[in-house]
Design a protein around this ligand. Structure first.
Ligand code: FA5
Ligand code: MG
Length: 430
């Protein structure tokens, strides 16, 4: 395993913004750069799509009715049925699913290296308050991640959590000191092989007291940062053995210093986790002024893609037996064998955008119509004419992972996308 240390890559605020357009660096966003357009974006209401409407889901024994989460009566609500239907799935609690297998592999590492001192939570409801999701972890009031463009809102005070960090403060207040929180998280995001609007994270949190660092001869922040990196490098070795990885300095509102770990996968660097030394204010809120802590948030799909060689994030949601039968409880060493690659079908769509247009809204429309038959949405042309009108051309890649799509089916999907985009997004087709 090579661990490349990338020096001085603390993103300047401007460069962070440039790197952020695909939402990947979302909690790294500097709040002062959040764009107004994002806040004024209309909410695409995407009910009644090709998804069968699920009327209720069960989350850890609690029944959640569709009408409490997908609401036509609240203009803030932007949860489509396609997302609601994922709420009770809990892939992380299935022992034979790659997400469950990797979660258990991580538990194993913590149990054996930390004598079971990390408590585990994996059944906390993904429906949380904006206070839990944002305020408690110091996300500024104007931070881009709070926008309707980036987050699924149930109502103005309630969201589908967009990270497992939403549970840090509440667990601290309840007296927990070292814990792992695993759960499904939700984000409005771009569409490609490594991004999906529902994915799974595992949060890790660990507190130290003065007796831990006093004898080390280094200050408490440095002590925690070194311990954190050592812990996560050990975890990567436990999961992957030899793999090329590197640390990148970054920014999160809730940690300082902050880092991301990237792993070399399919000829590119893939960001698999964010982490850092917890901001003192968060500890202070729970009366832990004299302590220091580290925290991390792992992207379980990203880790599982590397571990099992899974090429497309949509596969995690497949119930095709050719996918599911390849994985077994506790089998960390298996490599996924693709069961034939079906041909892609490319369709372009061009339109004049309005001020309120955002790419996430467009992706939600496409996802609402084509579901997992859409593999990628890519901006391939962008220009502004003399009158100041801006045109975007997107290439939509349709491909099923389970069968060949017919021309008729794809044409039908594309025609629905064209209709819906005009109707919901206030754009003019070209
Ligand atoms: C966070 O969510 C922070 N809460 C992580 C954290 C926790 C930092 C504690 C410090 C302390 P970020 O937005 O970068 O950070 O997401 C964390 C990880 O989730 C990413 O590294 C990536 O592996 C994964 N991830 C992010 N967006 C997606 C997506 N759309 N699809 C799949 N995985 C994703
Ligand atoms: Mg990130």
């Amino acid at each position: 395993m090579t661990i490349l240390s990338v020096q001085s890559t603390i993103f300047s605020r401007a460069s962070v913004v440039l790197l952020s357009s695909n939402g990947l660096k979302r909690f790294s966003f500097a709040s002062s750069f959040s764009s107004n357009a994002v806040y004024s974006s209309p909410l695409p209401k995407m009910k009644k799509r090709r998804y069968p409407i699920v009327s209720a889901v069960d989350i850890g024994g609690v029944t959640i009715a569709r009408n409490d989460v997908v609401r036509d009566d609240d203009p803030t609500n932007n949860v489509p049925d396609s997302i609601f239907s994922k709420l009770g799935m809990q892939l992380h609690r299935r022992d034979k699913h790659p997400i469950g297998i990797i979660k258990n592999g991580i538990y194993e590492y913590f149990d054996s290296n930390y004598a079971k001192k990390f408590e585990k939570f994996e059944d906390l409801s993904p429906i949380v308050s904006t206070k839990q999701n944002f305020d408690d972890v110091l996300v500024p009031a104007d931070h881009v991640s709070r926008s309707l463009n980036d987050t699924y809102y149930v109502d103005p005070q309630t969201v589908l959590r967009c990270h497992t960090s939403a549970h840090q403060a509440e667990l601290l207040r309840k007296g927990h000191r070292r814990f792992l929180v695993t759960g499904d998280v939700y984000r409005r995001d771009s569409i490609d092989a490594t991004h999906y609007p529902v994915f799974h994270q595992m949060e890790g949190f660990c507190i130290f007291s003065p007796e831990d660092w006093n004898d080390s001869g280094i200050d408490s922040t440095l002590y925690a940062a070194e311990d954190l990196k050592k812990c996560l490098e050990g975890l990567a070795r436990h999961l992957f053995g030899a793999v090329e990885m590197r640390w990148v300095d970054t920014y999160f509102p809730f940690t300082n210093p902050s880092f991301e770990l990237e792993i070399y996968f399919k000829e590119d660097w893939l960001e698999v986790l964010g982490c850092g030394v917890t901001e003192q204010v968060i500890l202070k809120q729970s009366g832990l002024d004299n302590n220091v802590a580290w925290a991390f948030g792992l992207g379980l799909e990203r880790l599982a893609m590397v571990l099992f060689d899974i090429p497309d994030i949509r596969l995690f949601w497949s119930s095709d037996e050719r996918f599911t039968s390849q994985f077994g409880k506790g089998e960390l060493g298996v490599k996924f064998k693709p069961f034939s690659k079906y041909p892609p079908c490319y369709k372009d769509i061009s339109f004049w955008i309005s001020d309120s247009f955002t790419e996430n809204n467009f992706c939600d429309v496409v996802r609402g119509i084509a579901g997992d038959l859409v593999e990628e949405v890519k901006l391939i042309d962008n220009f502004t004419n003399k009158k100041g009108m801006t045109s975007h051309c997107y290439r939509i890649v349709f491909r099923s992972m389970e069968r060949s799509l017919t021309d008729e089916e794809v044409n039908d999907l594309q025609s629905k996308v064209r209709d819906e985009v005009q109707r919901k997004l206030n754009v003019e087709l070209r």
